[in-house]
Ligand binder design. Structure first.
Ligand code: HPA
Length: 235
């Protein structure tokens, strides 16, 4: 059947999908972390693959950047392909002094400057939250392996190159870090009654302007992948 953005057939995609922003990251994950990966999508080069991890079927697919893009891909995965667990993996920029490069951030909640939730006609503001079972498993894995991690609220911003330093106002509300997609993912999951979680490595700091080296990036990425894949196992 397929959709305008995804040529997979029903059954090609696992119930659990890992969602990096970059489609080439999806390809890398499929080739290095999954057994027997099979590609199910190449429309718009938004590559998607299904394989197994420790014997359990899992898929990985790119989302593109921003709420608009992940909004499309995650909606279709849920409503046209029967996906029930969506785990975003990505990077984020720290907005607190005590959030360090390489830390793993798990988004218990996602705040936003996006208008994505306008569509629901809610009579107030919506608190977009992670699936607690997914979050609990991710925390258990980070604890088990001793990875540095923090759980809290992130800002899913529509704007990467912002005219004003609005992140500083969000930081006063305890926002740990900025990324660009989790709010839309959490809204789509909430509306459909499925599970979603955003897990990030801190790649840069908006406070100190430090950035991770290539080696640090690789280690942070590997730790985050372990957390995401182990969390996906118990679903
Ligand atoms: N802003 C938005 N998204 C990001 C950032 C950032 O500073 N760093 C990594 N992803």
């Amino acid at each position: 059947m397929g959709t305008p953005h995804n040529s997979a057939a029903m059954g090609d995609i696992a119930k659990t999908v890992l969602l990096p922003g970059d489609p080439l990251r999806a390809k890398f994950i499929a080739e290095h972390f999954l057994e027997a990966p099979k590609q199910f999508n190449a429309v718009r080069n938004m590559f998607g693959y299904t394989g197994t991890y420790k014997g359990k079927e899992v898929s990985v697919m790119g989302t593109g950047m921003g709420c608009a893009s992940i909004g499309i891909y995650s909606y279709e995965l849920i409503h046209f392909f029967g996906v029930e667990n969506l785990i975003r993996i990505g990077s984020c920029g720290a907005t607190q002094e005590n959030v360090r490069l390489g830390d793993i951030i798990m988004a218990a909640g996602a705040s936003t400057d996006s208008n994505y939730a306008h569509q629901y006609n809610l009579p107030g503001s919506f608190s977009a939250v992670a699936s607690y079972p997914l979050l609990r498993r991710a925390v258990e894995t980070a604890e088990k392996y001793g990875y540095p991690y923090q759980v809290g609220n992130v800002l899913s911003s529509d704007v990467f190159y912002n005219e004003t330093e609005e992140w500083k106002i969000w930081a006063k509300m305890g926002i740990l870090a900025v990324e660009m997609e989790s709010f839309a993912l959490y809204c789509n999951a909430a509306r459909a009654g499925v599970n979603a979680l955003g897990i990030f490595t801190v790649s840069d700091s908006l406070i100190s302007h430090e950035e991770m080296s290539a080696k640090e990036r690789e280690q942070g990425f590997t730790n985050m992948m372990t957390v995401a894949l182990e969390a996906s196992l118990e679903l």
